[in-house]
Every structure is written in C-alpha cells, then in structure tokens.
Design a protein around this ligand. Structure first.
Ligand code: FO1
Length: 304
C-alpha cells in the first residue's frame, strides 16, 4: 500500500497518474483540511473536492479545481443580491457542499461524508481527511492574520507572509485510519504540494509528524519547485518570506526531519549534491506533469 500526503491540484494530478500504474485499491490519500472553510453557510473542503473530482474524471482541467463543464448561474444570482462571489462555486460543485453540509449537520464525520461522496462518484482510491476535527490554516501577513482562502483566493497570495499557523492542532486527532495508513504503507509519498500551506497542516495533526519521522527512509517527497521557481502558487515566495533558500535546498530544509528522499526536476539537478549533503537521497526526473506521460514518469519515480 502507498500513502500519499496530499494538498490540492498537484497532489490530484500525481494521484491520477499513480492509479494508472498501481492498483488504486492500494492507494490511500491523507488530505489537507486546513483550507476548509464555511461560506454561505456551507462547509467547503477544496483539497478533498479537487482530488475527488480529478480521480472521478470530472475535474475542470483548466483551473485544476471545480467541476468540468460547470455553470455559474447561482453565483450570478448571488452577485445580483450583493452576496459574496470572490470564491467561485459552480452550480454542480455547490451540490457537493450542500450534501456535505447536510450530512455534517446530521452528525456524520468529515471522513464519512468524504467516503460517501467518493463512493458515489466512483473514486477508486481511499481518501481520508487528515482529521475530522476543526483545523484552520492562518496566514500572518503585512495585513494581519488572514484566513487561508482570504489570503489565497481573495488576495491572490500577493502579500508578504511572516508566519503560517495551523489553528486547532492541540485538540485535533488523526481521522480513523490515518495513522494505520502511515504505519502500514510500503512507501509514504509527499505530493508536489505547497510544503507550508498544504503539507504542514497535515504534519501538524498530533501523531502524524512522529509517524513520518519513524519511517523517514520510506518517505519520498516531490519538490514543488521547478528550476527554482513555483509553477503556480506561492511556494517560492513563502520559502523566501519564511527565511528558506528559494530552491530545492530550501524545500529539503523544510522537510529534513521527515523525508528520506527528495524528487527534484531535471532543471534543478545542480543542487542534488547539496541536498545529499543534508543527509537526504535525491532522485532527478521530470516533475512537471505537463502531459499524462510525464505524470506517469513521475509516478514511476516515486514508486521505484
Ligand atoms: N481557487 C481560486 O483561485 N479561485 C476560486 O474562486 C476558487 C474556487 C474554488 C471552489 C471550490 C474548490 O474546491 C476550490 C476552489 N478554488 C479556487 C481552489 C482553492 O481554494 C485553492 O486552490 C486551494 O484551497 C489550495 O489548495
């Protein structure tokens, strides 16, 4: 069994490639919930939904999130009422949030609802929120402490960051099956997700970081940087803002405690010796999942 610590779009693409070369029944994704929030009274879980839609073959491939072919009539009507439309929820996507919110209100856990939605949409792998307890990633910025989606979507992460915090970790417990998935996996993969925004909130749940530390030699992470830059999103800027080198060496420093092998892109091959000098193995391959063949090559590398 393989367990993949997962954020949103990058993780979803790697998982989609993994299931083409590995038995999906043997793939377990432990997913970040620090981005989850309530808007219009609905509980929205962007990373869980991105992975669900991708593995169900229903994702909007242009954005990487939301549903393919979705329409925006509800958002448009909401805008007419003066409602909040900065976070774009498609008409079909809204059904997911309605269903989830209703089930949570009935007392179901996030794990149960995730399982129900995944089963309905024929997702072939096991998806687990890292915790069923409330967790929220908070970004300390030049404008004060911001909720994650306020920072990421509303302000397009175009702000200076002094710290990333995860609220709720003291009381959070790993969701059922999470620690077993880490313990029993033949390999633990950290997807090419943002180390601070997507992976740290997973590691911050009590027991998870220790579980990875215990298995460090079996943990392989994919660097989200390519040629020393982030393809999309604020990974490079956050490395800089938070005092790390803006390179795969910086990524290695962030992951040093928990990762035995770092996968880096061919364009970053020159920093491989510096990463090895930090006591980490390095694999060099194409990490850009520009097409299915490249994604499969990356999937083969993390399994090799
Ligand atoms: N990202 C955006 O940049 N703009 C949006 O309006 C937006 C809406 C959205 C709706 C549902 C969903 O599941 C994801 C959505 N995302 C949107 C993606 C998103 O929130 C972030 O990419 C993640 O939270 C970071 O992993």
């Amino acid at each position: 069994m393989i367990t993949v610590l997962s954020g949103g779009v990058g993780a979803a693409r790697l998982l989609a490639a993994l299931v083409t070369i590995f038995d999906p029944a043997e793939v377990d994704a432990v997913v970040n919930v620090g981005d989850d929030f309530v808007l219009h009274g609905l509980t929205i879980c962007p990373d869980l939904d991105t992975i669900t839609y991708t593995l169900a073959g229903r994702v909007n491939e242009e954005t990487g999130w939301g549903r393919r072919g979705d329409t925006w009539r509800t958002m448009s009507a909401l805008g007419d009422l003066g409602g909040e439309t900065w976070f774009a929820l498609g008409d079909q996507d809204l059904a997911t949030h309605l269903y989830r919110t209703q089930r949570l209100g009935e007392g179901a856990t996030k794990s149960e609802v995730t399982r129900e939605i995944a089963a309905r949409l024929a997702v072939p792998i096991t998806l687990r929120p890292v915790t069923d307890d409330p967790l929220a990633t908070i970004i300390d910025t030049e404008f004060g402490a911001l909720d994650f989606q306020d920072y990421f979507v509303r302000r397009r992460h175009d702000v200076a960051v002094s710290a990333v915090r995860v609220r709720g970790t003291e009381a959070a417990r790993p969701a059922p099956g999470v620690l077993a998935a880490l313990h029993d996996a033949t390999r633990i993969v950290i997807a090419p997700s943002n180390p601070f925004l997507s992976i740290e909130p997973i590691l911050a749940v009590p027991g998870v970081r220790d579980a990875l530390r215990d298995r460090r030699t079996d943990v392989i992470a994919v660097s989200p940087l390519v040629g020393g830059r982030a393809l999309k999103g604020p990974a490079a800027r956050l490395l800089d803002d938070l005092g790390f080198a803006v390179s795969c060496e910086g990524v290695a420093d962030v992951y040093r405690e928990v990762v035995g092998t770092l996968v880096i892109d061919e364009s970053d091959a020159s920093v491989a010796p510096a990463i090895r000098a930090r006591g980490m193995d390095v694999r060099v391959t194409t990490t850009v999942m520009a097409n299915p063949d490249h994604a499969r090559a990356l999937a083969r590398t993390v399994l090799a």
